[in-house]
Design a protein around this ligand. Structure first.
Ligand code: SF4
Length: 275
C-alpha cells in the first residue's frame, strides 16, 4: 500500500470493543479513563457488530493481519465477537480476564481458530487475585469444602513454598473438567511429579500426559482411583517417568515458549502474505 499509494498501513490494530467489564481490578486503566463502566447510563456508546465487521473487512483489504480485541472485557460482547469472526482473513487475539470462558465460549473458539484468548494474569495466583479479586465462587467453594472428610485448603503459596509442597507429594492430580490453571500441571511435572489428569474434551491439559497412564475419565472418581493406584503399585516405573516428565517440562520454559510463539506468528504472517 505504501509503495502503491504512499500510505502507511499499520501492521496491527488494537480495538476496544467493549465499554463494560465484569471485574473491578485495582488500577484498571479502562475504568480510570472512563472507557469501561458498570451501568448502561455510564457506559459510552459503542460501535455495532456490523460496524466492527466493516472496519475489519476494510483493514484486511489494506493488508492488516492482526487486530487485538480489548475493552473493558471483550468477552462481554459476544454479539460483536460472533460478527467479527466472519472476517476470516485476520487473526484476532482477544485480551480477556478469562472469567467468562465456559462451554459456550469454548465451542465458539474451537469453531473460530483465527480468534484466541490472551488471558491477563499478574503472575502467580496470589498476585492475580490480589489485583483482580478472588472470584464469585470463592466463598461457596470454601463452604462446600468444609463438608469433606479432608477439607481442601485454599491458600496462596510463594514459589519456594509451592516447590516444597510438590516435593512432598507422590503424584499430582489435575481433576478439572475444563481448561483451568493448566500452568499448575506444568509446574508440578517440571519438579518431577507424575501427573494424573482428567481427560476432558474441553481442556487442553490432557496434552501434557506422556501416555494414557496419566489420564483418567473426567468426572469418574473410580477411574481416578484406578489411575492413582496403578502408579502407587508401580513405584519403579513411577521413578522412571518422573525423570521423563521433568525433561518433558523443559519445552515449556519461558525462553522456549517465547521462541515458539514468535515462530507461530511468523508462520501465520508468511501464510497470509503467500495466499
Ligand atoms: S479485567 Fe481489565 S477491564 Fe476489567 S476491570 Fe480488570 S483491568 Fe479493567
Amino acid at each position: 500500500m505504501r509503495e502503491r499509494n504512499g500510505v502507511d498501513v499499520p501492521p496491527f490494530l488494537i480495538c476496544s470493543i467493549s465499554t463494560t467489564c465484569n471485574l473491578h481490578c485495582k488500577g484498571c486503566y479502562a475504568r480510570a479513563n472512563g472507557i469501561a463502566a458498570d451501568s448502561k447510563e455510564e457506559q459510552k456508546p459503542t460501535l455495532s457488530p456490523d460496524q466492527w465487521k466493516a472496519i475489519f473487512e476494510e483493514a484486511a483489504s489494506l493488508g492488516i493481519n492482526f487486530a487485538l480485541l480489548a475493552g473493558g472485557e471483550p468477552m462481554m460482547r459476544k454479539d460483536i465477537l460472533e460478527r467479527v469472526a466472519e472476517v476470516e482473513d485476520m487473526i484476532f487475539p482477544i485480551f480477556t480476564n478469562g472469567t467468562l470462558i465456559g462451554p459456550s465460549y469454548i465451542a465458539f473458539l474451537k469453531k473460530n481458530l483465527h480468534m484466541f484468548p490472551v488471558i491477563s494474569i499478574e503472575g502467580m495466583e496470589h498476585s492475580t487475585d490480589e489485583r483482580r479479586g478472588k472470584g464469585p465462587k470463592y466463598r461457596e467453594y470454601v463452604k462446600l469444602g468444609k463438608k469433606l472428610p479432608n477439607p481442601p485448603q485454599f491458600v496462596f503459596l510463594s514459589k519456594p513454598e509451592l516447590i516444597h509442597l510438590l516435593a512432598q507429594a507422590d503424584l499430582y492430580v489435575h481433576a478439572s473438567d475444563m481448561e483451568s490453571e493448566a500452568i499448575s500441571c506444568i509446574e508440578a511435572f517440571a519438579t518431577g511429579l507424575v501427573p494424573v489428569i482428567a481427560n476432558s474434551e474441553v481442556s487442553a491439559t490432557p496434552q501434557f500426559a506422556l501416555d494414557g497412564r496419566s489420564l483418567f475419565v473426567p468426572g469418574w472418581p473410580k477411574d481416578l482411583a484406578r489411575a492413582i493406584d496403578w502408579w502407587l503399585d508401580h513405584l519403579e516405573e513411577k521413578t522412571r517417568m518422573e525423570h521423563e516428565y521433568a525433561e518433558h517440562a523443559k519445552q515449556y520454559n519461558i525462553d522456549e515458549s517465547v521462541r515458539q510463539c514468535e515462530a507461530m506468528f511468523r508462520e501465520a504472517i508468511d501464510e497470509k502474505n503467500n495466499k
